[in-house]
Design a protein around this ligand. Structure first.
Ligand SMILES: *Cc1c(COP(=O)(O)O)cnc(C)c1O
Length: 386
């Protein structure tokens, strides 16, 4: 078992390990058994059963995730949306009110605006960069505040410390979707957040081959979320737990490389005459570059940029790059490229998209593990033809 004092890189490999090793196995075996012999458990939630999220594969992951974010406990879930919906349904009840950032992941936004409404939970959306405006939206029944570490696709960084402080002062539960940063770049518990959520589908697993999620936080909150998940049923299968555990072992080296290549690509794109604007928190001209520097250990592998030639030019870039696959999602070893107006934000009315700053000529890139030189050369060729 890794010790608290050890570096994150060491804990990424060893935290959660079982000692002594199971029959000497160096890598954690898959416990593909749905049921286990009864051994005197007195609570339903302690019965050993895959849906109850307590097989050895689940427990190993929980220990590792908690250790990485410096939190007491963690829970893995069947998807990022299972983590988000279950966490929200654990801290909110009928009649409660939620404050949520105004530019969230599409699925989260819809869940908050539509699904929660049918459970009689109301919501007001806030600009996460304007703390002074939050007081006006808070109500007697406000119970929680929800933000993302970096927004997609514009990579905005809200006033995260003010969010955690605001929640503490008013007794609200603070939740943050930390998918875009991963625990390598940002650890919300250390900045006062109550619950950190992940789509483990992205950086944590890192290989674009499973869907999974995670909730990280205090022991008491994680117990509450676990009991809700036990009933809602969005549990992760042991084999997917094994794959997630295997993927996570390389998280530190992947993230470090992706941080570096994304910064190089962002700097390269910034110099291109056909590019109007590059959104990346690691660039000195990013409006919240100093905040990102202070909060994060790296700026991540996601960036977006806008073509001066608008929609037509953006489509030519997507049609001409050869290394990145034209596909949504992010965080894998392969680079991906998308036009948010036709993928992640296609469900939003065009007027609303433009108001948010997501133009038709905006391109989002998820930087993978290819050599930076090859990626830059690929973009150079594509831009020359755009
Ligand atoms: C992908 C994503 C989700 C949803 O995760 P799934 O694993 O697809 O359910 C939630 N939040 C963010 C920021 C994401 O990128």
């Amino acid at each position: 078992m890794a010790k608290k004092s050890e570096h994150l890189d060491t804990r990424i490999v060893h935290a959660g390990d079982v000692h002594p090793r199971i029959l000497g196995a160096v890598s954690m075996p898959v416990f593909q058994s749905s049921i286990y012999e009864y051994s005197g458990e007195t609570s339903y939630h302690d019965l050993k059963y895959i849906r109850l999220n307590n097989t050895p594969n689940h427990q190993a992951l929980h220990r590792k995730l908690a250790s990485l974010e410096g939190a007491e406990d963690a829970l893995v879930t069947g998807s990022g949306m299972a983590a988000i919906s279950t966490a929200l349904l654990s801290v909110l009840s009928a009649g409660d009110h939620l404050l949520a950032q105004d530019c969230l992941y599409g699925g989260t936004h819809e869940f908050i605006a539509r699904d929660l409404k049918s459970f009689d939970v109301s919501c007001d959306f806030i600009n996460a960069d304007e703390p002074a405006s939050w007081k006006k939206k808070i109500k007697r029944n406000t119970r929680a505040i929800y933000v993302e570490t970096m927004t997609n696709p514009l990579l905005q960084v809200g006033d995260l410390e003010a969010v955690a402080r605001f929640a503490k002062e008013r007794g609200l539960v603070s939740l943050i979707d930390n998918t875009s940063a991963s625990p390598v770049n940002f650890r919300p518990a250390q900045r006062g957040f109550d619950l950190s959520l992940h789509s483990a589908t992205k950086y944590l697993n890192g290989h674009s081959d499973i869907v999974a999620g995670a909730v990280v936080g205090s022991r008491s909150l994680i117990e509450k979320v676990t009991h809700r998940l036990n009933h809602l049923g969005g549990s992760l299968d042991p084999h997917a737990c094994f794959l997630l555990d295997r993927g996570m072992k390389t998280l530190a080296v992947r993230m470090e490389r992706q941080n570096r290549t994304a910064l190089e690509l962002a700097r390269f794109l910034e110099r291109q005459p056909k590019v109007a604007r590059v959104n990346y928190p690691g660039l000195e001209n990013h409006p919240r570059h100093h905040r990102a520097r202070e909060l994060f250990d790296g700026f991540g592998g996601l960036l977006s940029f806008e073509m001066k030639g608008g929609l037509k030019a953006a489509e030519r870039v997507l049609g001409r790059v050869t290394l990145p696959a034209v596909a949504p999602s992010f965080g894998g070893v392969e680079s991906l490229i998308t036009r948010p107006a036709t993928t992640s934000h296609s469900g939003m009315p065009a007027k609303e998209r433009r108001r948010m700053g997501i133009s038709d000529g905006l391109i989002r890139v998820s930087v993978g593990l290819e050599a930076a030189e090859d990626l830059l050369a690929d973009f150079e060729r594509a831009l020359a033809a755009a």
